[in-house]
Design a protein around this ligand. Sequence first.
Ligand code: SF4
Length: 238
Amino acid sequence: MIRETGQLQRLNSRFEGTSPSDILKWVLDVYDDKAALSTGFGASGIVLMHQLSLIHPGTSVFYLDTDLLFDETYELMDKIRDRMDIQLVRVRPDYTLQQQEEAYGEKLWETRPDTCCYIRKVLPLKRYLSDKEAWITAIRRDQSPTRQDTPVFSHDENLGVLKVCPIAGWTEDEVWAYIRINDLPFNELHDKGYPSIGCRPCTRPVRQGDDLRAGRWADSDKTECGLHSRNAHPGQSR
Ligand code: SF4
């Protein structure tokens, strides 16, 4: 397992500025089925899924289904299955929405959104990655101030895996140029003012000039669901 600071620095020096596709190839060569790509079906995730499907047709890509995704996101999954040779793996929380309501009360996303994200995203991610060694994710530096220092390679202490962000250095314009050139499907909500799309209760359209993730948890100071935060564990106390 690569986790030492020196090893990570050498990897980052070697791969900074190289193509996401070359980074994906290296990760698959080294980790094979111990590496897993997750997607939230955002624009940069579409790019990585497409590149992965060309490098390794038929490979699995997993997503966290919180049971609260937009209809447009589920429709996009069907379009991706039609367009790309990949297997989408659905990863679900231990609690149904009904069980969560019985345990924590109504609309946990309003009363304790960190706990809601922990139950519906962070714990399922931990479970899925428990037998993996490398987690590939499509976050980018230009998405928000909290992501501006994202390295291509880092060690995720909470998950105990090498975290790989092959598309960290790409811009929004580069991502959309790739999608258009390759005629790839994308979430229809992107054309309705949603540059970043998560769960229905916590996602709004953005205003002109806002950063790309300003529509996520727009009524609170929360900016990340916990998947990409260092201290992501609020606990589940009721
Ligand atoms: S984004 Fe909102 S609804 Fe989705 S898991 Fe987090 S708090 Fe819950």
